[in-house]
Design a protein. Structure first.
Length: 100
């Protein structure tokens, strides 16, 4: 999946979170997104990999909507997914985020 495709899928998923439709997103799709974001294929998405997953424009737009700076938004969003706060997001943590 290319960077633009990941951005589109993540936008759809986040829209689903806010509208309550995340149950319609299969785990296999979330696993595929995680694999695409995991550039070094170590099974985790670290903060730098996460930063590379979205475009500057997408991060800026989302930050503005949340009333945050881009850096604040990026840290906030990553920390939402990193449930155990170890600096790495597993596929299961990503799935859990969208199932909340």
């Amino acid at each position: 999946m290319k960077k633009n495709n990941i951005t589109i899928v993540l936008a759809i998923l986040f829209t689903g979170i806010f509208s309550g439709c995340t149950a319609l997103v299969p785990d296999s799709m979330l696993n595929a997104i995680h694999q695409d974001m995991d550039k070094n294929h170590d099974g985790y998405v670290d903060y730098n990999e996460y930063l590379k997953s979205g475009s500057d424009e997408d991060f800026a737009e989302a930050a503005k909507e949340e009333g945050m700076t881009v850096e604040e938004y990026q840290k906030w969003e990553f920390n939402r997914a990193d449930a155990d706060r170890n600096g790495k997001v597993t596929a299961q943590e990503l799935i859990d985020l969208f199932r909340k």
